[in-house]
Design a protein around this ligand. Structure first.
Ligand code: SF4
Length: 419
């Protein structure tokens, strides 16, 4: 693949700092001193500056044109404005940002200062994502969130007034104390806010979060006894689909809904397997190789012909990251792994997977067994398959991980001639 504007790059920057830890959270994020923030940004700038040389050294292509940038976390809006300005300046100097690039920054309600908002608009942030999770104050408090409904609404107003009108709000189904009625209250508040995009997640409590440990061991500090059951959470998700679609926010991915033309271009690149560079704690990259470079790398790095996709993940240990210890895992994916990914990433989107396109990319030896799997899943009502495209059904979306599992390991069987 040669560098071109058609194959622009996405850049994800992880900012793992939060003002307080939410009870259910087990992300690589935490509460750190301002001095750590500065060291962290120094390290990000080093990694962005060195990205091109690094990509070249491993035989991957790093497109120069960037069409999406996403600052996620954590809470990027917590970074001091001078640090944010340094980071933005580095992005501008190292990459060619397209004039119409989508630039998203996650913000926590009530944690977006005026100077930060100025830095965002000066840089050209086009989209903001507000991690609300709930518009019901008592629920937000019970989960360790620090905001009120009034703070969410005030920040949406400030962002719009600053010219950032492409807005997402996240909601989480399954918070302690949440009921069908309070969930409906949050959904209606989101709809009333007029945002162009909504992300709806079903909470899966991680055993390593404080809430998860309380569910396992008992206790009342984090309100574990008030966490809704799986069936109640599934009904909340289904209700979200109904209400949001009635309000013109159409589902385009398992967790994402948008008004026409307002889908997240950055997130879509993950599901469409378009290249991205992730920098920072626990960040992932996906890059393609030059076919010519792939051949060269075969001898020096033990890759096989056809391994054209590189995936990397950075450590989730902040100390190791700041100490610049060897902390990036890299893996070249062979055709079978790429084919698996094409299924479980593609099926996340409502448009589904076009089987003929996969046959052109991977050949029928890999795709025929997957086609058979799709037929079986269609009989079970988990996908639809019209002979051309495979799409999850509403039931399939609720148990999507089980559906995706069906597309794993098929390839090994196909390649060894067992299918
Ligand atoms: S704001 Fe997000 S990343 Fe930070 S603690 Fe809460 S859930 Fe975790």
């Amino acid at each position: 693949m040669t560098e071109s504007r058609d194959h622009g790059l996405g850049i994800y920057i992880s900012i793992p700092f939060c003002r307080a830890k939410c009870t259910y959270c087990n992300f690589a994020s935490g509460v750190y001193a301002a001095s750590e923030h500065a060291r962290y940004v120094d390290r990000l700038i080093e990694d962005l500056t060195g990205a091109r040389a690094w990509a070249e050294s491993v035989g991957a292509v790093l497109p120069r044109y960037v069409d999406t940038v996403y600052l996620g976390g954590g809470t990027p809006s917590l970074l001091a404005p001078d640090l944010l300005i340094r980071l933005f300046a580095c992005l501008r100097s190292e990459f060619n940002l397209e004039a119409d690039a989508e630039i998203t920054m996650e913000c926590a309600p009530g944690q977006l200062g005026d100077a930060t908002l100025d830095a965002m608009t000066d840089f050209g942030v086009t989209r903001a994502s507000l991690g609300a999770q709930s518009f019901v104050d008592s629920e937000a408090r019970a989960s360790g969130r620090l905001h009120s409904r009034a703070a969410i609404e005030a920040d949406l107003h400030r962002l719009r007034a600053a010219g950032i009108g492409n807005l997402n709000v996240d909601l989480l189904a399954g918070l302690a104390g949440q009921t069908a009625a309070s969930w409906e209250e949050s959904l209606l508040a989101l709809i009333d806010s007029g945002v162009s995009h909504a992300s709806i997640y079903m909470l899966e409590v991680d055993e390593e979060s404080r809430l998860g440990r309380e569910i396992l061991r008992g206790g009342s500090r984090y309100h574990a006894a008030q966490v809704p059951g799986d069936d109640a959470i599934a009904r909340m998700y289904e209700r979200a689909i109904e209400l949001l679609e009635d309000a013109g926010l159409y589902q385009y991915e398992i967790s994402n809904f948008a008004r026409p033309g307002c889908q997240s271009r950055h997130n879509a690149r993950y599901w469409q397997r378009r290249p991205y560079l992730g920098v920072g704690l626990d960040a992932s990259s996906m890059l393609w190789s030059e076919p010519t470079l792939a051949a060269k790398a075969t001898t020096s790095r033990g890759r096989r012909f056809g391994d054209h996709v590189l995936r990397t993940t950075t450590t989730d240990d902040l100390k190791a990251f700041l100490a610049r210890a060897a902390n990036i895992e890299t893996e070249w994916l062979d055709a079978a792994r790429q084919h698996e990914e094409a299924w479980f990433l593609g099926l996340r989107m409502n448009v589904g997977v076009e089987v003929a396109a996969l046959e052109r990319e991977f050949g029928s030896q890999l795709v025929v067994p997957a086609r058979e799997t799709a037929r079986h899943l269609a009989k079970d009502g988990l996908v639809t398959f019209d002979g051309e495209s495979v799409r999850l059904t509403a039931r399939g979306r609720l148990i999507s991980n089980e559906v995706f599992q069906e597309f794993l390991q098929l390839d090994a069987a196909a390649l060894s001639g067992r299918v």
